[in-house]
Design a protein around this ligand. Sequence first.
Ligand SMILES: [Zn+2]
Length: 199
Amino acid sequence: MQYPDPIAKLIENYMKLPGIGNKNATRLAFFTIDMDDEAVTDFAKALVTAKRDLHYCQVCGNITESEPCNICLDQTRDQSKLIVVEQPKDVMSLEKMQEFHGLYHVLHGVLSPTEGTTPEEINIASLLKRLQTNEKIQEVILATNATPEGEATAMYLARLIKPAKIKVTRLAHGLAVGSDIEYADEMTLFRAIEGRQEI
Ligand SMILES: [Zn+2]
């Protein structure tokens, strides 16, 4: 028996989400049908509003409603330090820690020979431009994850940035090898930043 068209469509759309297979998508679709009208409307509105109102900051690549984002705009932050992360989620993790008060740059990915990700496909050109045009930045902290791709990306960036006479540091590996910033607890992150080393 085939599902009626509206539910088949719902399942199909849930399956587009990361980590959701057919079984989970079916479960979510039936759950959605059981929700009351108001909750479904709120859910749909939240999707549309988030997509409509959020974009990536043209300066740092972080997710934002305004342009530039609040962090880029905030002159009370330490303008001499810039931390480079893979994803907007990493900015959230570091901000939650409340110990880093500098600037950010979000790469939106890492270099990966296996997946064929090239420097042009991630936010590197805008980082270099930023470093060239903003002489206040004295230190770039490379906070890509402790995965082979994260390490390779950090080494690649260090080679590009160091000739500009900017100090380049890498997070200390209180972070276990292979671990993601996103999942590190605040104390571990704090130690990783405090113990950062010049590369
Ligand atoms: Zn920004």
